[in-house]
Design a protein around this ligand. Structure first.
Ligand code: GUN
Length: 284
């Protein structure tokens, strides 16, 4: 078997083309969706992500603003900026790039964002709504994974899904979305015993562990669907995912590449959430 490749870059382009029409409909009513991005510190990966988010906004006609602070900024300064952005009618979405430096209480910062503008879907109120199966904003990476599964016509009801990783950003919301879609979900993490027992039984694996080529062909069931959330930089500068793509593609039925799989979908769903926030505000 050679797996079919689920092309996230193509799907992202298709979805973004559709966003332009929604942005035009808002423009006809004198509205322009706006995203505010807050970056604290000099983490190179975060700087790249934030730059890509700002550029993606411009490409589909969204307004965006970026506020960058040094790593040693007083958290009160960032909280004051969030309060200002919460009250600004031109801003429909607010995003604080994670991780934050150590002096920050990240949960307190995320709770300071108005839930109606929390386009990352990380506010406790929005996570609670997701738990209840009635989400206001779906966290962008898991949302992108669900769109990829939909594009691949993967029927989730009754399937065994394994999520590798239990982060608040990916693993936990991913598990909730899969449960809400009718899958039987196992969440594995660094303390899981006999990982292969779980992965070898899975119809669908979503890998978000941050370890290069962690999922190997011997760990998966023939015909499995493999979604790779990992973006790891190797010593030679090349990017690779959490899945050993070359080995696994001979065993899996469907697989996402890195780069060009989940990555482009994350920013796409951030745009979707920001446009949706603006549409809600406009009563559309
Ligand atoms: N850091 C890594 N992924 C994300 C994300 O989706 N949103 C934010 N705000 N920070 C991140």
């Amino acid at each position: 078997m050679t797996a079919q490749i689920l092309d996230g870059k193509a799907l992202a382009q298709e979805l973004r083309a559709g966003f332009k029409e929604r942005v035009a409909a808002l423009a006809a009513r004198g509205q322009k969706p706006g995203l505010a991005v807050i970056l604290v510190g000099e983490d190179p990966a975060s700087q790249v992500y934030v730059r890509n988010k700002v550029e993606a906004c411009a490409a589909v006609g969204l307004h965006s603003g970026k506020w960058a602070y040094p790593a040693d900024v007083d958290p009160a300064v960032v909280l004051a900026k969030i309060a200002e952005l919460n009250a600004d009618p031109r801003v429909h979405g607010i995003l604080v790039q994670l991780p934050l430096p150590r002096q920050f209480d990240a949960a307190a910062v995320l709770e300071a964002i108005s839930p109606e503008k929390d386009v990352d879907g990380f506010h406790a109120e929005n996570l609670g709504a997701l738990v209840q199966g009635n989400p206001r904003f779906i966290p962008c990476t898991p949302y992108g994974v669900m769109k990829l599964l939909e594009k691949g016509q993967v029927d989730l009801a009754g399937k065994k899904a394994v999520v590798l990783g239990r982060s608040n950003i990916v693993g936990k919301p991913m598990a909730l979305l899969l449960i809400n879609a009718g899958a039987t979900v196992t969440v594995c993490h660094s303390k899981t015993r006999d990982l292969k027992f779980h992965t070898a039984n899975a119809d669908i694996i979503v890998a978000a562990v941050g370890k290069p080529r962690f999922v190997t062909a011997d760990m998966i069931k023939p015909g499995a669907v493999l979604i790779d959330v990992g973006i790891n930089r190797l010593a030679d500068g090349k990017l690779c995912g959490d899945v050993d793509f070359d080995g696994c593609k001979a065993v899996a039925a469907l697989i996402t590449p890195v780069p060009g799989g989940v990555g482009p979908m994350t920013i796409t769903m951030l745009l979707a959430n920001t446009i949706e926030a603006a549409e809600r505000e406009a009563g559309l």
